[in-house]
Design a protein around this ligand. Sequence first.
Ligand code: ASP
Length: 336
Amino acid sequence: MKQILVIYTGGTIGMVKDAKTGSLHPFDMSRIYEALPVLRELPCVLDSYRFDPIIDSSNMKPEYWVKLACIIEENYEKYDGFVVLHGTDTMSYTASMLSFMLENLGKPVVLTGSQLPLGMIRTDGRENIIGAVEIASSETVIIPEVCIFFEDKLYRGNRTTKINSEYFEAFYSGNYPSLAKVGINISYKKHLFADMPSNKLKVYKKLDDNIVIVKIFPGLKEEYLKSILSMNGLKAVVLETFGSGNAPTEDWFINCLRDAIDRGIIIYNVTQCKAGAVVMGHYETSTMLAQIGIVGGYDITTESAVAKLMFVLGNYEDKEEIYRMLNTSLRGEITV
Ligand code: ASP
């Protein structure tokens, strides 16, 4: 029997209705078999760990990511797989971050959540938990990746974005196909899985959050951009540009960015589109960006770009090494 650790961090999925008051309160995950007796039919034994306090994922921050990575590290030998129950709002950020923090991961780490609390009649949480546990404890495949299972698909976690706040199909992976699709059977696409590592798990616990996201828009003001780029301690910027990495060509805009780069700030060019890649130099509107030393993010999501920058800045000092890592696929987060 496979041993699976279910880690409950918080979020809608763990909420149940109080029979008397009708209000929602967190469910006691140690009683997961009582809530979902059907889980006993899967060929695995579940243990649970609950964050204390549990958090709405909007309160997610680097110290919780470190805590999560440490829980997985401490229990890595004892369990065959991990299911992380997490609020949907920042699930893609957490999945991306865990993918970077857990190098040489050889066991599945499957995040899931729900749009409706577990205690509600039409909840999607039930199917999501069952699917996530079934995948994490599969006897036929081992997915050595941090994934998100939601609705009927298993995604590479660092490729996802939450795209819907209402419907059950809440996540999207525009630049990498799903790793599995759940219907009558679970059809795994093994050729898309990461390779099984040959080295031991290495957990990185240093993250540097001296970064910002700047989303450009028609009408962006010089004053606004200047004030962000002059923030104390700022080390890197995720610059969300248009289409394939395009931005205004006006002098003030380019000068602001050039000045920041001269001060050692990394500018990471990521597209605002939900699919497709940054190709600097494809249009005149991105040629200058490449010339002043902006780093192209290829087809990385904003969530993954945030995680990757915090990870590389936290663990590497040499600028060349950092630039090299940004241009390399570390955990399958970009197509190079
Ligand atoms: N605000 C909740 C959270 O992200 C929403 C959810 O779980 O879906 O924690």
